[in-house]
Design a protein. Structure first.
Length: 79
């Protein structure tokens, strides 16, 4: 996977986390992305580790910084 693919997967996961349904866990989001073949569970877990290291996720939720990054992702995909 090249860096462009990784960047897009990163944006997809951030956006999915931002738009998750109430009551859905991060694990639910990962499983859903895997089931629609948007990314594998392994790829998603690797990205989650990065997000935690970068403080985009804190205590199992998107941090304000994570929300800001997810909003940037939303604009990226907006047509």
């Amino acid at each position: 996977m090249n860096s462009t693919d990784s960047d897009i997967l990163r944006k997809v996961l951030l956006l999915a986390l931002l738009n998750r349904k109430e009551g859905d866990t991060i694990q639910d989001v990962i499983v859903e992305l895997d089931s629609i073949q948007a990314m594998s569970i392994k790829e998603a877990k690797k990205l989650l580790k990065e997000f935690k290291r970068e403080s985009l996720i804190v205590d199992g939720e998107l941090s304000p910084l994570g929300v800001a990054e997810a909003e940037k992702a939303r604009l990226f995909f907006k047509i």
